[in-house]
Design a protein around this ligand. Structure first.
Ligand code: HEC
Ligand code: HEC
Length: 210
C-alpha cells in the first residue's frame, strides 16, 4: 500500500513538473474532439501524416502544423489542393484533400490555436544570429514564430529535413506559389550550409513532448 502511495505521489510530482501549459494543452486538444476543427482534422485523415496532435508527423520530411498561422494554413491547403504548390511531397497530400472551404477554415482555426513554446536560451545561439544576419527575422520574427504578416509562416520547432527542403525549393523556384517570391530574392547569398544551420536551429527551438 505504501509503495502504491509513494509511486502515485511521484507520478503526480513528475506530472506537475511538466505542467507547462503546452503539454496540458496538447494532451487536451489531442483527446478532446469537442473542438469542431480537432474532430474534422481527425475525421478527414490529416492525423495519418501530420500526427494526432499535429506536432508529431509520421515522417520527418512532413511538416508540423500545431500553432501555425491560420491564414497561412488556409492558403497552403488551397495551393496544394489546386496544384499551385507542387514542390516537395505535396503530391501525397493532394489526393487526400476532400475538405471544403468551411472545413478548411475550422481545421485551420483549431491548428492555429495550438501553442508553440520556445526554449528561450536558443534565442542567443549562433543559429539565431545567422537568422537575423540573413534578414529571415524581418519576415518570420526574431523568435521565428511571430511573422510580420498572417500569411507568412511560423518556423519555430519545425522538422529540420522539411525546413531545409522548403528553403532549397523556394531558392530554386521549385516552390513558387503564394508569397514565395517575396522570400526568393533574399536567398541569393544564403548558402546550403547556412540553410542547414538555420534548419537545425529552428528545430532546436522547441522540445519534443511525447
Ligand atoms: C498522405 C499524407 C498527408 C495527408 C493525409 C495530409 N497531408 Fe498535409 N502535407 C503532407 C506533406 C508531405 C506536406 C508537405 C509537402 C512538401 O513537401 O512541400 C503537407 C503540407 C501541409 C500543409 C502546409 C504546411 C506548411 O508548413 O507549409 C498544411 C497546412 C497541411 N499539409 C494540412 C493538412 C490537412 C489539414 C490535412 C487533412 C485535411 C492534411 N494536410 C492531410 C502530407 C499529408
Ligand atoms: C520577405 C519576407 C521573407 C524573408 C526575408 C524570408 N522569408 Fe521565409 N518565407 C516567406 C514567405 C511569405 C513564405 C511562405 C511562402 C508561401 O506563401 O507559400 C516563407 C516560407 C519559408 C519556409 C517554409 C515554411 C513552411 O512551413 O513551409 C522556410 C523554412 C523559410 N521561409 C525560411 C526562411 C529563412 C531561413 C529565411 C532567411 C534566409 C527566410 N525564410 C527569409 C517570407 C520570407
Amino acid at each position: 500500500m505504501r509503495i502504491i502511495i509513494v509511486s502515485f505521489a511521484m507520478i503526480m510530482m513528475s506530472f506537475n513538473s511538466m505542467a507547462d501549459s503546452q503539454l496540458k494543452n496538447l494532451v487536451d486538444y489531442k483527446v478532446n474532439k469537442q473542438y469542431p476543427g480537432a474532430k474534422l482534422y481527425a475525421d478527414r485523415g490529416c492525423v495519418a501524416c501530420h500526427g494526432d496532435d499535429a506536432n508529431t508527423p509520421s515522417q520527418p520530411q512532413y511538416p508540423k502544423l500545431a500553432g501555425q498561422n491560420k491564414d497561412y494554413i488556409i492558403a497552403q491547403i488551397n495551393d496544394i489542393k489546386n496544384g499551385l504548390r507542387n514542390n516537395g511531397r505535396s503530391i501525397v497530400m493532394r489526393g487526400t484533400i476532400i475538405v471544403d472551404q468551411n472545413e478548411i477554415d475550422k481545421i485551420a482555426e483549431w491548428l492555429s490555436s495550438l501553442p508553440i513554446d520556445i526554449i528561450e536560451e536558443q534565442l542567443n545561439s549562433d543559429g539565431a544570429k545567422l537568422f537575423q544576419d540573413k534578414s529571415c527575422s524581418i519576415c518570420h520574427g526574431i523568435d521565428a514564430k511571430s511573422p510580420s504578416l498572417s500569411v507568412y509562416p511560423k518556423l519555430a520547432g519545425q522538422n529540420k529535413i522539411y525546413s531545409l527542403a522548403q528553403m532549397k525549393d523556394i531558392k530554386s523556384g521549385k516552390r513558387n506559389s503564394g508569397n514565395s517570391a517575396t522570400m526568393q530574392g533574399l536567398l541569393y547569398d544564403v548558402t546550403t550550409r547556412d540553410m542547414a544551420i538555420i534548419a537545425n536551429w529552428l528545430e532546436s527551438l522547441t522540445k519534443d513532448l511525447m
